[in-house]
Design a protein around this ligand. Structure first.
Ligand SMILES: Nc1ncnc2c1ncn2[C@@H]1O[C@H](COP(=O)(O)OP(=O)(O)O)[C@@H](O)[C@H]1O
Ligand SMILES: [Mg+2]
Length: 265
């Protein structure tokens, strides 16, 4: 298959709707409706929105794990029509295989691909170094802290050399300080590597600290109601960014956009 490597767009949603069948005698559930947005190559876009508004649905459609009911989804200019090997997906749970070392976990995603054993080892070595986890290559997942496990999971995601990396609340199970350290580590890796990223998060300060652009979704059926360009410096250092004098105004803006003061808990 010819890859359109020079395309400036990594991801395009064009008027995408997704309904789930409600089952017998129940109406369909419309998860998202009329969702259109683009992610450019090397861009870092975050999506925020209320629980159940369809954020994970957007990622599943991008990865080709689900099909849109209406509209189209394109990755690197090609319509997604099934599980897409050019999309890297990372979840809150690291999904590392407990019986494999960290290196063998990083190699795992390449085993089903036309990649030689030597190339597999080279890529694992490179990604372990990039994610600063080389010293633990021979360890098993249970020997690592939660933050280190997520770095290993990122190394595994990057080893497939994806056109776009999808992060679905990757830090939400971690304690507050580990979370900030991991944001910093991911921010540096992603920015230095020029990796195209779509992040879903509930944490508004995380979105502001890490993204070039933030899309705000409405309640279900989810639509994109706002786009916020985060023109703060230091994208490779989320801790510095969060401390920037203008960071607070972005966060306040998102609070208002999500109408958090009007919502019940
Ligand atoms: N496979 C599915 N079958 C039926 N309903 C689903 C399925 N996946 C998601 N939904 C529903 O779609 C809506 C959006 O879900 P989701 O994308 O997971 O929301 P979010 O990630 O924003 O919390 C929810 O109401 C959820 O129950
Ligand atoms: Mg979700």
């Amino acid at each position: 298959m010819k890859r359109t490597g020079a395309m400036a767009l990594a991801l395009e949603f064009q008027n995408v709707g997704k309904s789930f069948s409600g089952g017998k005698n129940r109406p369909d559930l419309k998860a998202i409706d009329g969702v259109s947005f683009e992610v450019r190559k090397k861009e870092f876009v975050a999506i925020v929105g209320p629980s159940g508004c369809g954020k994970s649905t957007v990622l599943n459609l991008t990865a080709g794990l689900d099909r849109p009911t209406t509209g189209s989804v394109k990755v690197s200019g090609e319509t997604v029509s099934g599980p897409n090997p050019h999309v890297g997906f990372m979840l809150q749970k690291d999904l590392l295989l407990p019986w494999r070392t960290i290196r063998r976990n990083v190699e795992f995603g390449l085993e089903a691909r036309p990649v030689s054993a030597a190339e597999r080892r080279d890529r694992a070595t490179r990604e372990l170094a990039r994610c600063k986890i080389s010293d633990f290559a021979g360890h098993y997942p249970f020997q690592l802290s939660g933050g280190m496990r997520q770095r290993a999971a990122l190394a595994r995601t990057l080893a497939i050399e994806p056109d776009i990396v999808l992060l679905d609340e990757p830090f939400s199970a971690l304690d507050a300080q580990t979370k900030m350290l991991l944001q910093k580590s991911f921010g540096r890796t992603i920015t230095e590597g020029g990796i195209t990223t779509l992040l879903i998060t509930h944490d508004l300060s995380e979105a502001v600290a890490m993204a070039d652009r933030i899309l705000v979704m409405s309640d279900r059926p989810g639509r994109i109601v706002e786009e916020l360009i985060v023109d703060l410096p230091d994208r490779d250092n989320p801790i510095a960014r969060r401390a920037h004098p203008r960071a607070g105004s972005f966060i306040n803006h998102l609070y208002a956009s999500l109408k958090l003061d009007e919502r019940a808990a």
